[in-house]
Design a protein around this ligand. Structure first.
Ligand SMILES: [Zn+2]
Length: 175
């Protein structure tokens, strides 16, 4: 008996585009390749007046099931998904931690039958979805992982990136 016979391989690509983290997954179900992509939205990066529209109260909740009515929230459901949004979950934000939701879509629709996708194709669609988020919310901020502040833009520095204030500080420290 193989140690891995009851396991399935899942490949995850993680990236960042315009300050928004996204994730692509490929896994196999019934011998077919399945794809999904997700965006991670930090609630504090959004203008204050629309934050609660992303941090939903459960519509239905019982011991085994929580349902969020994300489909009724056009700020999320009307983004450029692959055939509509099919996933909403709160990933962090409990016990006072920074709130973050993971929202996404899948490629398991009837019209996806027989189509082959690639990570490049799904990444292009994930980025287009992020573009559509910026079209609707141009004032969305970007989180600087160095100082924890929300800023308009990050500046590339070496392999990472940081806000203008952090970069200035860094350069002052170096000189
Ligand atoms: Zn910073």
């Amino acid at each position: 008996m193989s140690l891995t016979q009851d396991m399935e391989e899942k490949t995850v690509w993680a990236g960042k585009y315009k300050g928004i983290s996204f994730e692509i997954q490929r896994f196999t179900r019934f011998d077919k390749a399945c794809w999904t992509f997700y965006l991670f939205i930090l609630i504090d990066s959004l203008p204050e007046d629309i934050r609660e529209r992303f941090w939903l109260d459960p519509k239905e909740s019982n011991l085994s099931f929580i349902h969020y009515d994300y489909y009724s929230e056009p700020l999320m459901s009307n983004l450029d998904w692959h055939s509509g949004m099919t996933r909403y979950s709160k990933v962090t934000g409990f016990d006072g931690e920074k709130q973050c939701v993971k929202i996404g879509c899948d490629y398991q629709h009837i019209w996806d039958e027989g189509r082959e996708y690639t990570e490049e194709f799904v990444a292009a669609e994930a980025k287009a979805c992020i573009d559509s988020l910026y079209e609707r919310i141009p004032s969305i901020k970007i989180w600087c992982s160095r100082c924890g502040k929300y800023v308009d833009a990050l500046i590339q520095y070496g392999k990472g990136e940081m806000c203008a204030a952090c970069l200035k500080k860094r350069e002052e420290e170096k000189s």
